[in-house]
Ligand binder design. Structure first.
Ligand SMILES: [Fe+2]
Length: 177
C-alpha cells in the first residue's frame, strides 16, 4: 500500500502541475482526477487478498489487458469501482467519467472536441504523468505506454518540446522538495 500511495501522490502532483503549465486543466481538476483515478484498487485489495499480487505479477504495461484480467478474475475492474466511489463521494460527474474511462484508450482516440472534452484531457494528463514518473524511477517504457503517450500528446495538442522546459520543476515535485 505504501508503494501505491507514493505513486498516486506523485502522479497527482505531476498531473496537476502539467495541467496548469500546459494550460489545459485546472490544478483542482487534474489533481482530483489523478488522486482518485485508481481509488478502486485499494478497495479491490481489501476484498480480494490476492489482488495486488496478481496485478503485480501480471505487470502493468498494458492497461487494457490489466482491466480485462481484473474482470476475468474479480468480475470488475478498478476503473469501474473507482467511478462508482467517485459518484458516491459526490465528486463532479466529469471526474467520475474520467476515472471510468482512464484505461479505455479507444475513447481517447475517438475524442472529437478535445478542447472541451475534460475527461479526455484529464486522462491524458494522467498518462503523461505516469510516463514521467516511470522515467524518473528508471523503469523502462513499453510499446503500450508509448502508444498511450502519443495519444495523450495529440489529445492535449502539445509536443515533447513543450514538456522539456518543465523537467526541472517536475524533478523537484517528484523528489518531494
Ligand atoms: Fe488505473
Amino acid at each position: 500500500m505504501v508503494e501505491f500511495w507514493d505513486t498516486t501522490s506523485k502522479v497527482s502532483l505531476t498531473a496537476a502541475y502539467l495541467g496548469r503549465e500546459l494550460g489545459v486543466a485546472s490544478i483542482n481538476d487534474a489533481h482530483t482526477f489523478a488522486l482518485f483515478r485508481d481509488c478502486g484498487a485499494p478497495l479491490l485489495m481489501q476484498k480480494f487478498p490476492d489482488y495486488w499480487g496478481t496485478m503485480r505479477s501480471a505487470g502493468m504495461d498494458d492497461a487494457q489487458d490489466m482491466a480485462d484480467m481484473e474482470c476475468a478474475n474479480y468480475g470488475t475492474h478498478h476503473a469501474s469501482v473507482g467511478a462508482t466511489l467517485a459518484m458516491s463521494w459526490h465528486l463532479p460527474a466529469e471526474i467520475g467519467q474520467s476515472i471510468q474511462m482512464h484505461h479505455e484508450n479507444r475513447e481517447l482516440s475517438q475524442s472529437t472536441n478535445t478542447p472541451n472534452d475534460k475527461p479526455a484531457i484529464l486522462v491524458s494528463l494522467g498518462i503523461l504523468a505516469d510516463g514521467i514518473l516511470r522515467n524518473y524511477r528508471d523503469i523502462p517504457t513499453s510499446d503500450h505506454l508509448d502508444r498511450e503517450s502519443e495519444l495523450a500528446y495529440k489529445t492535449l495538442c502539445v509536443t515533447h518540446e513543450d514538456l522539456d522546459p518543465l523537467q526541472s520543476d517536475i524533478k523537484r515535485i517528484l523528489s518531494g522538495e
